[in-house]
Design a protein around this ligand. Sequence first.
Ligand code: 10E
Ligand code: SF4
Length: 349
Amino acid sequence: MGRMTATPGPQPATTPSGDASRRCDTQPTRKVLLAAPRGYCAGVDRAVIAVEKALEQYGAPVYVRHEIVHNKYVVKTLEKKGAIFVEETEEVPEGNIVIFSAHGVAPVVHEEAKRGKLATIDATCPLVTKVHKEAVRFAGDDYDILLIGHEGHEEVIGTSGEAPEHITLVDGPADVANVEVRDPDKVVWLSQTTLSVDETMETVDALKGRFPNLLSPPSDDICYATQNRQTAVKQMGAEADLVIVVGSKNSSNSVRLVEVALGAGARDSHLVDYAEEIDEAWLEGVSTVGVTSGASVPEILVHGVLDWLAARGYEDVETITAAEESIAFSLPKELRRDLRAEAKAATEG
Ligand code: 10E
Ligand code: SF4
Protein backbone atom coordinates (compact mmCIF):
# COMPACT_ATOMS: atom_id res chain seq x y z
CA MET A 1 0.00 0.00 0.00
CA GLY A 2 1.28 3.45 -0.66
CA ARG A 3 1.11 7.17 -0.71
CA MET A 4 -0.94 9.61 -2.65
CA THR A 5 -0.74 13.37 -2.72
CA ALA A 6 -4.25 14.70 -2.39
CA THR A 7 -5.51 17.81 -4.08
CA PRO A 8 -4.75 20.53 -1.59
CA GLY A 9 -7.73 22.46 -0.25
CA PRO A 10 -7.17 26.20 -0.31
CA GLN A 11 -4.27 27.49 -2.45
CA PRO A 12 -1.04 28.36 -0.60
CA ALA A 13 -0.97 31.84 0.86
CA THR A 14 1.42 34.20 -0.89
CA THR A 15 3.90 36.71 0.46
CA PRO A 16 2.96 40.40 0.31
CA SER A 17 4.77 40.53 -3.05
CA GLY A 18 2.56 37.67 -4.26
CA ASP A 19 5.52 35.28 -4.71
CA ALA A 20 4.47 31.93 -3.17
CA SER A 21 7.78 30.19 -3.94
CA ARG A 22 9.78 32.81 -2.02
CA ARG A 23 7.70 32.04 1.06
CA CYS A 24 8.85 28.37 0.84
CA ASP A 25 12.52 29.50 1.10
CA THR A 26 11.96 31.11 4.45
CA GLN A 27 9.29 28.88 6.00
CA PRO A 28 9.89 25.27 7.05
CA THR A 29 8.02 22.68 4.95
CA ARG A 30 4.61 22.08 6.36
CA LYS A 31 2.68 19.01 5.42
CA VAL A 32 0.00 16.62 6.58
CA LEU A 33 0.11 12.83 6.40
CA LEU A 34 -3.44 11.53 6.35
CA ALA A 35 -3.99 7.93 7.42
CA ALA A 36 -6.09 5.50 5.40
CA PRO A 37 -8.06 3.70 6.51
CA ARG A 38 -9.43 5.92 9.27
CA GLY A 39 -12.84 6.69 10.74
CA TYR A 40 -16.02 4.64 10.51
CA CYS A 41 -15.69 0.86 10.43
CA ALA A 42 -18.44 -1.42 9.14
CA GLY A 43 -19.82 -2.11 12.62
CA VAL A 44 -20.13 1.58 13.50
CA ASP A 45 -21.70 2.44 10.16
CA ARG A 46 -24.31 -0.29 10.68
CA ALA A 47 -25.08 0.79 14.26
CA VAL A 48 -25.48 4.49 13.44
CA ILE A 49 -27.67 3.74 10.41
CA ALA A 50 -29.75 1.38 12.58
CA VAL A 51 -30.61 4.27 14.95
CA GLU A 52 -31.36 6.63 12.05
CA LYS A 53 -33.58 4.04 10.34
CA ALA A 54 -35.39 3.23 13.58
CA LEU A 55 -36.16 6.94 14.06
CA GLU A 56 -37.39 7.22 10.48
CA GLN A 57 -39.51 4.07 10.59
CA TYR A 58 -40.96 4.18 14.09
CA GLY A 59 -40.71 7.87 14.92
CA ALA A 60 -39.16 9.44 18.04
CA PRO A 61 -38.46 8.64 20.73
CA VAL A 62 -36.25 5.64 20.23
CA TYR A 63 -34.14 4.72 23.25
CA VAL A 64 -30.51 3.66 22.95
CA ARG A 65 -28.82 1.75 25.77
CA HIS A 66 -25.33 3.22 26.19
CA GLU A 67 -23.74 5.50 23.57
CA ILE A 68 -24.43 3.74 20.27
CA VAL A 69 -20.71 4.28 19.55
CA HIS A 70 -18.21 6.19 21.68
CA ASN A 71 -18.34 9.51 19.89
CA LYS A 72 -19.69 12.78 21.30
CA TYR A 73 -20.67 14.24 17.92
CA VAL A 74 -22.53 11.09 16.83
CA VAL A 75 -24.46 10.94 20.09
CA LYS A 76 -25.37 14.67 19.96
CA THR A 77 -26.48 14.40 16.33
CA LEU A 78 -28.73 11.41 17.05
CA GLU A 79 -30.15 13.11 20.14
CA LYS A 80 -31.20 16.02 17.96
CA LYS A 81 -33.07 13.54 15.74
CA GLY A 82 -34.98 12.10 18.70
CA ALA A 83 -32.80 9.34 20.16
CA ILE A 84 -32.72 9.13 23.96
CA PHE A 85 -29.56 7.66 25.43
CA VAL A 86 -29.76 5.74 28.71
CA GLU A 87 -27.21 3.68 30.63
CA GLU A 88 -29.58 1.01 31.96
CA THR A 89 -32.49 -0.83 30.36
CA GLU A 90 -34.63 -0.09 33.44
CA GLU A 91 -34.59 3.61 32.52
CA VAL A 92 -36.68 2.93 29.40
CA PRO A 93 -40.45 3.24 29.99
CA GLU A 94 -42.55 0.14 29.22
CA GLY A 95 -43.82 -0.29 25.67
CA ASN A 96 -40.89 1.48 24.01
CA ILE A 97 -38.14 0.54 21.57
CA VAL A 98 -34.56 0.21 22.81
CA ILE A 99 -31.43 -0.26 20.70
CA PHE A 100 -28.40 -2.02 22.12
CA SER A 101 -25.09 -0.34 21.28
CA ALA A 102 -22.42 -1.62 18.86
CA HIS A 103 -20.29 -2.74 21.82
CA GLY A 104 -22.70 -5.59 22.65
CA VAL A 105 -24.61 -6.58 25.76
CA ALA A 106 -24.69 -9.54 28.13
CA PRO A 107 -27.62 -11.99 27.84
CA VAL A 108 -28.98 -10.62 31.12
CA VAL A 109 -29.68 -7.30 29.34
CA HIS A 110 -31.92 -9.05 26.79
CA GLU A 111 -33.83 -10.56 29.73
CA GLU A 112 -34.16 -7.12 31.39
CA ALA A 113 -35.64 -5.72 28.18
CA LYS A 114 -38.15 -8.55 27.99
CA ARG A 115 -39.16 -8.02 31.62
CA GLY A 116 -39.46 -4.28 30.91
CA LYS A 117 -41.88 -4.98 28.02
CA LEU A 118 -39.58 -3.40 25.45
CA ALA A 119 -39.04 -4.09 21.78
CA THR A 120 -35.32 -4.37 21.03
CA ILE A 121 -32.94 -3.77 18.15
CA ASP A 122 -29.52 -5.31 18.61
CA ALA A 123 -26.86 -3.12 16.96
CA THR A 124 -23.98 -5.19 18.34
CA CYS A 125 -21.23 -5.38 15.74
CA PRO A 126 -21.20 -8.87 14.17
CA LEU A 127 -17.47 -9.08 14.98
CA VAL A 128 -18.26 -8.56 18.67
CA THR A 129 -21.01 -11.18 18.43
CA LYS A 130 -18.39 -13.54 17.02
CA VAL A 131 -16.34 -13.16 20.23
CA HIS A 132 -19.51 -13.72 22.33
CA LYS A 133 -20.10 -16.98 20.46
CA GLU A 134 -16.50 -18.08 21.01
CA ALA A 135 -16.94 -17.44 24.74
CA VAL A 136 -20.14 -19.50 24.84
CA ARG A 137 -18.52 -22.37 22.93
CA PHE A 138 -15.36 -22.54 25.07
CA ALA A 139 -17.39 -22.23 28.26
CA GLY A 140 -19.57 -25.09 26.98
CA ASP A 141 -16.39 -27.17 26.60
CA ASP A 142 -15.51 -26.23 30.20
CA TYR A 143 -12.45 -24.10 29.39
CA ASP A 144 -11.23 -21.30 31.61
CA ILE A 145 -11.35 -18.24 29.34
CA LEU A 146 -8.79 -15.47 29.81
CA LEU A 147 -10.41 -12.39 28.28
CA ILE A 148 -7.79 -9.74 27.48
CA GLY A 149 -9.42 -6.33 27.70
CA HIS A 150 -9.92 -3.14 29.64
CA GLU A 151 -11.77 -3.40 32.92
CA GLY A 152 -15.12 -1.61 32.90
CA HIS A 153 -15.29 -1.25 29.11
CA GLU A 154 -18.81 -1.88 27.76
CA GLU A 155 -17.67 -4.59 25.33
CA VAL A 156 -15.80 -6.50 28.05
CA ILE A 157 -18.85 -6.35 30.32
CA GLY A 158 -21.01 -7.76 27.51
CA THR A 159 -18.62 -10.57 26.55
CA SER A 160 -17.95 -11.52 30.19
CA GLY A 161 -21.69 -11.75 30.74
CA GLU A 162 -21.93 -14.64 28.28
CA ALA A 163 -20.12 -16.98 30.68
CA PRO A 164 -19.28 -15.15 33.90
CA GLU A 165 -18.26 -18.28 35.78
CA HIS A 166 -15.71 -19.23 33.09
CA ILE A 167 -14.20 -15.84 32.21
CA THR A 168 -11.31 -14.04 33.92
CA LEU A 169 -10.38 -10.56 32.75
CA VAL A 170 -6.70 -9.92 31.99
CA ASP A 171 -6.11 -6.17 31.74
CA GLY A 172 -2.67 -6.06 30.07
CA PRO A 173 0.70 -7.74 30.63
CA ALA A 174 0.98 -6.50 34.23
CA ASP A 175 -2.19 -8.40 35.14
CA VAL A 176 -0.88 -11.81 34.02
CA ALA A 177 0.81 -12.64 37.33
CA ASN A 178 -2.56 -12.42 39.12
CA VAL A 179 -4.37 -14.91 36.89
CA GLU A 180 -5.60 -18.11 38.52
CA VAL A 181 -7.07 -21.03 36.58
CA ARG A 182 -8.57 -24.39 37.51
CA ASP A 183 -6.57 -26.48 35.02
CA PRO A 184 -3.53 -24.90 33.29
CA ASP A 185 -3.98 -27.36 30.40
CA LYS A 186 -7.51 -26.23 29.65
CA VAL A 187 -7.21 -22.50 29.12
CA VAL A 188 -8.01 -20.29 26.11
CA TRP A 189 -7.51 -16.55 25.55
CA LEU A 190 -9.97 -14.26 23.81
CA SER A 191 -9.90 -10.47 23.57
CA GLN A 192 -11.74 -7.21 23.23
CA THR A 193 -11.91 -6.20 19.55
CA THR A 194 -10.28 -2.78 19.87
CA LEU A 195 -7.02 -3.42 21.72
CA SER A 196 -3.46 -2.54 20.77
CA VAL A 197 -2.26 -5.46 18.64
CA ASP A 198 1.30 -5.23 20.01
CA GLU A 199 0.32 -4.95 23.66
CA THR A 200 -2.10 -7.86 23.29
CA MET A 201 0.67 -10.03 21.87
CA GLU A 202 2.83 -9.07 24.89
CA THR A 203 0.01 -10.17 27.18
CA VAL A 204 -0.42 -13.43 25.26
CA ASP A 205 3.33 -14.14 25.44
CA ALA A 206 3.29 -13.55 29.19
CA LEU A 207 0.24 -15.83 29.55
CA LYS A 208 1.99 -18.53 27.49
CA GLY A 209 4.95 -18.24 29.84
CA ARG A 210 2.60 -19.24 32.66
CA PHE A 211 0.35 -21.61 30.70
CA PRO A 212 2.35 -23.24 27.86
CA ASN A 213 -0.73 -25.11 26.59
CA LEU A 214 -2.80 -21.93 26.32
CA LEU A 215 -5.18 -22.15 23.34
CA SER A 216 -5.60 -19.19 20.94
CA PRO A 217 -8.91 -18.01 19.48
CA PRO A 218 -9.86 -19.67 16.17
CA SER A 219 -9.49 -16.31 14.38
CA ASP A 220 -8.40 -12.78 15.29
CA ASP A 221 -10.58 -11.16 17.95
CA ILE A 222 -8.93 -7.76 17.40
CA CYS A 223 -10.95 -6.77 14.38
CA TYR A 224 -9.77 -5.83 10.89
CA ALA A 225 -10.65 -2.13 11.41
CA THR A 226 -8.65 -1.83 14.63
CA GLN A 227 -5.66 -3.54 13.04
CA ASN A 228 -5.74 -1.48 9.84
CA ARG A 229 -6.02 1.86 11.67
CA GLN A 230 -3.05 0.92 13.86
CA THR A 231 -0.96 -0.19 10.87
CA ALA A 232 -1.61 3.12 9.10
CA VAL A 233 -0.73 5.21 12.15
CA LYS A 234 2.46 3.20 12.66
CA GLN A 235 3.53 4.06 9.11
CA MET A 236 2.97 7.78 9.65
CA GLY A 237 4.22 7.85 13.26
CA ALA A 238 7.81 7.34 12.18
CA GLU A 239 7.66 10.48 9.99
CA ALA A 240 5.30 12.78 11.84
CA ASP A 241 6.38 15.27 14.50
CA LEU A 242 2.82 15.44 15.77
CA VAL A 243 -0.07 13.00 15.27
CA ILE A 244 -3.59 14.29 15.82
CA VAL A 245 -6.13 11.54 16.43
CA VAL A 246 -9.76 12.55 16.10
CA GLY A 247 -11.91 10.64 18.59
CA SER A 248 -13.63 10.82 21.96
CA LYS A 249 -11.85 10.16 25.24
CA ASN A 250 -13.97 7.07 26.00
CA SER A 251 -13.27 5.51 22.61
CA SER A 252 -10.86 2.70 23.35
CA ASN A 253 -9.71 2.23 19.75
CA SER A 254 -9.09 5.99 19.35
CA VAL A 255 -7.03 6.16 22.56
CA ARG A 256 -4.98 3.20 21.28
CA LEU A 257 -4.11 5.18 18.12
CA VAL A 258 -2.43 7.88 20.21
CA GLU A 259 -0.37 5.23 22.00
CA VAL A 260 0.55 3.51 18.73
CA ALA A 261 1.61 6.84 17.18
CA LEU A 262 3.92 7.59 20.11
CA GLY A 263 5.24 4.02 20.07
CA ALA A 264 6.01 4.37 16.35
CA GLY A 265 8.20 7.43 16.96
CA ALA A 266 5.90 10.46 16.74
CA ARG A 267 7.29 13.20 19.03
CA ASP A 268 3.83 14.15 20.21
CA SER A 269 0.27 12.93 19.78
CA HIS A 270 -3.14 14.13 21.00
CA LEU A 271 -6.73 12.98 20.92
CA VAL A 272 -9.31 15.65 20.02
CA ASP A 273 -13.06 15.51 19.54
CA TYR A 274 -13.10 18.65 17.40
CA ALA A 275 -10.57 20.87 15.58
CA GLU A 276 -11.29 23.62 18.14
CA GLU A 277 -9.58 21.51 20.80
CA ILE A 278 -6.21 21.66 19.00
CA ASP A 279 -3.72 23.82 20.86
CA GLU A 280 -1.65 26.12 18.60
CA ALA A 281 1.34 25.44 20.86
CA TRP A 282 1.41 21.81 19.66
CA LEU A 283 2.53 23.09 16.24
CA GLU A 284 5.70 24.73 17.50
CA GLY A 285 8.63 23.41 15.43
CA VAL A 286 6.35 20.90 13.70
CA SER A 287 6.80 20.37 9.99
CA THR A 288 4.84 17.12 9.52
CA VAL A 289 1.47 16.50 11.15
CA GLY A 290 -0.14 13.06 10.99
CA VAL A 291 -3.94 12.95 11.07
CA THR A 292 -6.14 9.95 11.70
CA SER A 293 -9.43 9.09 13.40
CA GLY A 294 -10.93 6.27 15.43
CA ALA A 295 -13.48 3.75 14.16
CA SER A 296 -16.39 5.72 15.67
CA VAL A 297 -15.51 9.07 14.09
CA PRO A 298 -17.44 10.64 11.19
CA GLU A 299 -15.31 12.06 8.39
CA ILE A 300 -16.75 15.57 8.81
CA LEU A 301 -14.69 15.92 12.01
CA VAL A 302 -11.47 14.99 10.17
CA HIS A 303 -12.28 17.60 7.52
CA GLY A 304 -12.60 20.15 10.33
CA VAL A 305 -9.07 19.29 11.48
CA LEU A 306 -7.66 19.42 7.93
CA ASP A 307 -9.24 22.86 7.39
CA TRP A 308 -7.85 24.06 10.72
CA LEU A 309 -4.36 22.90 9.73
CA ALA A 310 -4.62 24.34 6.20
CA ALA A 311 -5.45 27.73 7.69
CA ARG A 312 -2.11 27.53 9.51
CA GLY A 313 -0.03 26.64 6.44
CA TYR A 314 -0.36 22.83 6.53
CA GLU A 315 -2.00 22.59 3.12
CA ASP A 316 -0.15 19.73 1.44
CA VAL A 317 -1.95 16.51 2.28
CA GLU A 318 -0.40 13.15 1.50
CA THR A 319 -2.45 10.00 2.12
CA ILE A 320 -0.68 7.04 3.68
CA THR A 321 -2.66 3.94 2.75
CA ALA A 322 -2.11 0.83 4.84
CA ALA A 323 -5.07 -1.23 3.58
CA GLU A 324 -8.20 -1.07 1.46
CA GLU A 325 -11.46 -1.82 3.24
CA SER A 326 -14.66 -2.97 1.55
CA ILE A 327 -16.45 -4.85 4.33
CA ALA A 328 -20.09 -3.96 5.06
CA PHE A 329 -22.68 -5.56 7.32
CA SER A 330 -26.40 -5.87 6.74
CA LEU A 331 -28.68 -3.92 9.07
CA PRO A 332 -30.21 -5.57 12.17
CA LYS A 333 -33.08 -7.77 10.98
CA GLU A 334 -35.43 -6.39 13.66
CA LEU A 335 -35.76 -3.23 11.53
CA ARG A 336 -37.93 -5.25 9.14
CA ARG A 337 -40.61 -5.69 11.83
CA ASP A 338 -43.33 -3.45 13.22
CA LEU A 339 -41.64 -2.88 16.56
CA ARG A 340 -44.09 -0.20 17.76
CA ALA A 341 -46.92 -2.77 17.46
CA GLU A 342 -44.78 -5.43 19.17
CA ALA A 343 -43.90 -3.12 22.08
CA LYS A 344 -47.55 -2.16 22.50
CA ALA A 345 -48.60 -5.82 22.47
CA ALA A 346 -45.97 -6.59 25.13
CA THR A 347 -47.58 -4.10 27.53
CA GLU A 348 -51.01 -5.60 26.93
CA GLY A 349 -49.89 -9.22 27.21
O1 10E B 1 -14.35 2.17 22.87
P1 10E B 1 -14.36 1.41 21.58
O2 10E B 1 -13.19 1.65 20.75
O3 10E B 1 -14.58 -0.06 21.85
O4 10E B 1 -15.68 1.83 20.79
P2 10E B 1 -16.01 2.98 19.74
O5 10E B 1 -17.48 3.16 19.83
O6 10E B 1 -15.16 4.14 19.88
O7 10E B 1 -15.65 2.32 18.32
C1 10E B 1 -16.38 1.26 17.77
C2 10E B 1 -16.00 -0.01 18.39
C3 10E B 1 -16.87 -0.91 18.93
C4 10E B 1 -18.31 -0.79 18.79
C5 10E B 1 -16.35 -2.06 19.69
N1 10E B 1 -15.94 -3.09 18.86
FE1 SF4 C 1 -16.92 -4.00 14.73
FE2 SF4 C 1 -14.30 -3.65 14.76
FE3 SF4 C 1 -15.88 -1.64 14.30
FE4 SF4 C 1 -15.79 -2.72 16.71
S1 SF4 C 1 -14.16 -1.62 15.70
S2 SF4 C 1 -17.61 -2.07 15.62
S3 SF4 C 1 -15.50 -4.88 16.17
S4 SF4 C 1 -15.66 -3.46 12.99
